[in-house]
Design a protein around this ligand. Structure first.
Ligand code: SF4
Length: 593
């Protein structure tokens, strides 16, 4: 019988320029499935106490059991490493064609450790691993590097870093296949610390199925239902940018001027309808995806896919910038220089608030007022190259505030060191709770805004339970791996998993996988300094009445938030300090780290 698992993984040591093929550990697959879970298990074995920039800290590219199969949205893959920004376990997920290429190269996952003595391009195919000199590419932007490597190796998936990764900007990300990005939390800087400019992957292996006929039948039904689903059309027409209008008009949680407000006067400029016109949007998507939620934009000789909602919200309203082409240009610059648009946008808005409050002097003449798009465009390269003030801001808001002092920490919008993302918690309490309790403060851990906006949540002890089980479900999806935007859950995915791999998982087994990953991440993060004191939000959210949602018009008190966090710990089986108990670890088959 076949299986969609490839049965082996690749170890690459950049220091010695050796690589090894090893058998995938079946017990790990049983416990963690693949993707995020498998990557975290490997990371915990290799880098529990190591510095993110230490040679031994691995960069892990992981596929899941559904990656590369015919299942809708299963093109995605996970990138896992240790974050130089917040110090914990980092996972990021990317579409493009990377996931299927990891599988076609013959691997369930690839572990890249060590440090090259000179800039390097790593090329992985089914029958070879090559270490190609990368000196001529060092210093170049992502679009040029990926363009050159895609021409040199047609059909391959390419990952690369820009100058931000080379300069160890703590929120440098990684480009993929020109227009896809991954690595929030600084995976690009980890790659830069290894002098690894790019990775090129291709292969000729085909995926096998445990029960190919059953998989085909189940998949045809799922594809049919995805196509007929009412949510599909809106996602196809408007992409994620639909959240600009929803965030302003319905949810009233659009992050604005460094999270001071939830409403932005110029939001209409950034709605899907306007951006489609101004940037000549064409529908596109990850390889083979039937949802095609991505949008190819072209303007003034530049191209990108997007702007996606998060990039637009944090480089736009959160910096007070409403001009569509300025926001697109800022997004393009971040993509080319290899910066995470969210952390860069929030760090820029932090600098703007500090500047307006007189904490940055003349900010090297940058005139960093909210709404000054020209200054934003000048600031982004300054950060990527760590010039002057950029060197301070390249460290992220938490460290930048420590450096600037003068009370600037009040304007540093991060939880446990990662800049907040998604929506403004001032208009969405559940998002605040999810951001504060997740393994890191990213909207990708759990998107609660739709449920709160539509009145499906209650402010009682069901809220922490909802957050806990939602996080577990997302962990599971990120290990299978399917996209967040697939509208169907375990009832449809587990039969596919069985037909693909032969693995029998009940819904409760599968949810326990998600829970196991949350507990493993928590232990890893606690070992790296995360504590109950970090499971909160910046002061700003406890000082003014909430604008919308469960607590509309009321003040969110610290007492209430702490009570919700304690209820969350109880729902997780953690102690009052937010640490997994021995009993919980035993139940999940985990050893204390
Ligand atoms: S829904 Fe969008 S992000 Fe998800 S796999 Fe499809 S195109 Fe990619």
């Amino acid at each position: 019988m076949g299986s969609s698992y490839m049965g082996q993984y690749l170890e690459v040591d950049l220091t010695s320029r050796h690589s090894y093929i090893c058998e995938t550990d079946a017990d790990k697959l049983e416990l963690f499935l693949g993707g995020k879970g498998l990557g975290f298990a490997v990371l915990a074995e290799r880098a529990l106490y190591s510095d993110p920039y230490a040679s031994e800290t691995p960069l892990i590219l992981a596929a899941g059991p559904l990656t590369g199969t015919k299942a809708p949205t299963s093109v995605r893959s996970a990138l896992i490493t240790k974050s130089p920004l917040f110090g914990g376990a980092l996972d990021s997920h990317v579409g493009g064609s990377l996931g299927p290429k990891i599988k076609s190269a013959g691997y369930d996952y690839i572990v890249i450790a060590g440090r090259a003595s000179k800039p390097l391009v790593l090329r992985i195919t089914s029958d070879n691993v090559e270490f190609i000199p990368g000196d001529v590419l060092w210093g170049k932007g992502v679009f040029e590097v990926e363009g050159q490597l895609r021409n040199a190796f047609p059909g391959s998936s390419v990952l690369s870093i820009g100058p931000a990764g080379e300069n160890l900007v703590r929120y440098a990300n990684i480009g993929n296949d020109l227009y896809r990005k991954c690595g929030r939390g600084g995976a690009g800087a980890v790659m830069g610390s290894k002098q690894l400019k790019a990775i090129v992957i291709d292969g000729g292996n085909k995926i096998e199925y445990f029960d190919p006929k059953l998989f085909e039948v189940l998949n045809v039904e799922l594809v049919r239902d995805v196509i007929a689903h009412p949510a599909r059309q809106k996602r196809y027409e408007q992409g994620t940018l639909m959240w600009i209008r929803l965030g302003q008009e319905v949810g009233r949680f659009l992050p604005t001027r460094n999270f001071q407000d939830c409403q932005f006067d110029e939001y209409e400029n950034l709605t899907s309808e306007n951006v489609a016109r101004e940037l000549d949007w064409q529908h596109t998507g990850c390889e083979g995806c039937i949802l095609r939620c991505a949008k190819h934009a072209a303007w003034d000789g530049k191209e990108l896919e997007g702007p996606e909602y998060e990039s637009a919200a944090f480089l736009g309203p959160n910096c007070g910038v409403g001009d569509v082409k300025t926001v697109a240009e800022a997004n393009w610059l971040c993509d080319d220089l290899g910066l995470d648009t969210i952390s860069c946008g929030v760090t820029a808005s932090f600098a703007m608030e500090c500047f307006e409050k007189g904490l940055l002097g003349d900010a090297a003449g940058l005139n960093l007022r909210f709404g000054n798009g020209k200054s934003l465009l000048k600031l982004i390269p300054v950060i990527a190259h760590r010039n002057g003030l950029g060197d301070i801001l390249a460290e992220g808001t938490r460290r930048a505030a420590e450096n600037i002092g003068k009370g600037s920490a009040r304007f540093a919008m991060n939880t446990a060191g990662l800049e907040l993302s998604g929506v403004n918690p001032k208009g969405c309490l559940s998002a605040g709770l999810a951001l504060a309790t997740s393994d890191f403060a990213s909207h990708t851990r759990l998107w609660t805004a739709t449920d709160e906006m539509q009145g499906r949540l209650a402010l009682d002890d069901t809220l922490p339970l909802y957050v806990r089980s939602g996080q577990d479900k997302v962990n599971l999806r990120n290990s299978l791996i399917v996209c967040d935007f697939l509208m169907f859950g375990l009832g449809r995915l587990l039969p596919l998993l069985r037909a693909a791999t032969g693995m029998e998982k009940t819904e409760s087994d599968a949810l326990q996988v998600g829970e196991r990953i949350a507990n493993l991440a928590r232990m890893f993060n606690c070992a790296n300094g995360r504590s109950a004191q970090d499971d909160t939000l910046p002061d700003r959210f406890f000082e003014e009445p909430m604008t919308a949602g469960l607590l509309e018009g009321q003040l969110l008190t610290r007492e209430l938030f702490d009570t919700l966090v304690q209820q969350y710990y109880r729902a997780r089986g953690w102690d009052t300090d937010g640490r997994p108990t021995n009993r919980k670890l035993e139940e999940l088959g985990l050893k204390r780290l």
